[in-house]
Ligand binder design. Structure first.
Ligand code: GLU
Length: 380
């Protein structure tokens, strides 16, 4: 099996961008439908400590439905879709205020992002959601993310925040995702059924045996059981993000991981940028091409984004988010990337300074036509 009991667990201090997913049952007291404020204060202290040490921190927080259902007086038990959407609409307001106050009390700004499935799966929208998250992080704010449950319908929703967190973590190039949960990690068998079940400290590869250890669904308030956590681990590690499942029921749950509390690590040999580049290089059909001048060529070869000023020719009928080829002045393909503009707009801004984009297109746009993280050059 690929559980590696003897393998070293990584130190928290090595991670630069950490996403922390908080489950509903940790944040909301099921008896009263109220936020567990004392516990949240300890988590907010942990977030502030990571942030102070220079890490970027992102939160994925569940709890909208759990908070809203108590406000609306909905009966316990599974909710119909309309009821969970109504509960989310009410509860998300309380949830956002809760985070804003908890982080604000530690001089951190919280920025709410509500995500739907399409925001992570359609390349065009993916670029938008990622750019907003990136900008918040640049401004040293803490993105607080949840699924946009009040508009997401059954076929087009994640439904659980474990997988959503994993997808957004890879999209935001987080190097670590911590799933705070109501169990301490993955056990060799569900611990409630088997007194001899042992915690697995490191999973180097998710094998069918590992999946078999996950057992069934989760607790009353949370959607995700161990099975969705393993699914999340697959998404995260394939996308180059390490993941940990750790006990969130304790005060200071993140500092405890730093201090060596038992948890389960899912490690990856990749990182988010390399994983994304592999995906761009391997699996996308190009819809057009940008021919660039020598100055732009040396800029992108030294790791910079491609600006419209260096584009000499635009070919093809592509949409924002599509894959396009990059060619040098001799017409030789030197790489490919996800383009930030539709073909029609790309033609208009080609050769122009990024400062002129607003004047040319009538709306402000991104400075780069291809962002360096969305570009892969031959020989990369
Ligand atoms: N997005 C849901 C909420 O905020 C939670 C989903 C989950 O429990 O994973 O209530």
């Amino acid at each position: 099996m690929s559980a590696a009991p003897g393998a070293a667990t990584p130190r928290l201090s090595r991670f630069r961008r950490i996403m922390i997913k908080v489950g509903s049952s940790l944040l909301v007291d099921p008896a009263h439908g109220a936020v567990k404020r004392d516990w949240l204060a300890t988590l907010a202290d942990d977030v502030a400590a990571l942030h102070r040490d220079g890490a970027d921190v992102l939160i994925v927080s569940s709890g909208a439905i759990a908070l809203g259902r108590s406000v609306l007086g909905l009966a316990p038990g599974p909710l119909k879709l309309e009821d969970s959407q109504a509960a989310a609409a009410v509860g998300q307001i309380a949830l956002a205020r809760t985070w804003s106050e908890a982080l604000g009390g530690r001089r951190l700004s919280a920025g709410q992002i509500l995500i739907t499935f399409a925001d992570t799966e359609e390349r065009r929208r993916y670029l938008n959601a990622r750019a907003t998250i990136e900008r918040l992080i640049d401004l040293r704010a803490v993105p607080v993310i949840n699924e946009n449950d009040s508009v997401a319908t059954a076929e087009i929703r994640y439904g659980d925040n474990d997988r959503l967190a994993a997808r957004v973590a890879t999209m935001a190039s987080a190097d670590l995702l911590i799933l705070l949960s109501d169990v301490a990690g993955l056990y060799t068998a569900p611990p409630a059924d088997d007194p001899y079940a042992e915690l697995i400290p490191v999973v180097a590869k998710i094998t069918p045996e590992i999946e078999a250890m996950a057992g069934g669904a989760g607790s009353g308030l949370s959607r995700g059981g161990m099975r969705t956590k393993i699914e999340a681990a697959k998404i995260a590690t394939t996308g180059g993000t390490h993941m940990a499942i750790a006990d969130g029921r304790v005060p200071h749950p993140v500092s405890r991981i730093r201090d060596g509390a038992p948890c389960t690590w899912f490690l990856t040999g990749s990182n988010p940028i390399t994983a994304r580049k592999k995906w761009i290089a391997g699996s996308l059909e190009a819809r057009g091409a940008l021919t660039i001048d020598a100055g732009a060529l040396s800029a992108i070869q030294s790791g910079k984004s491609l600006l419209p000023a260096g584009v000499k020719k635009v070919e093809g009928n592509f949409a924002r988010g599509d894959c396009v080829l990059i060619r040098d002045e001799r017409g030789i393909e030197i790489g490919r990337g996800l383009v930030n503009y539709d073909a029609e707009d790309a033609v208009k801004i080609a050769g122009r300074n990024s400062r002129d984009i607003e004047a040319v297109l009538g709306t402000p746009g991104r400075a780069a036509i291809l962002h360096r993280d969305d570009m892969v050059l031959k020989g990369d």
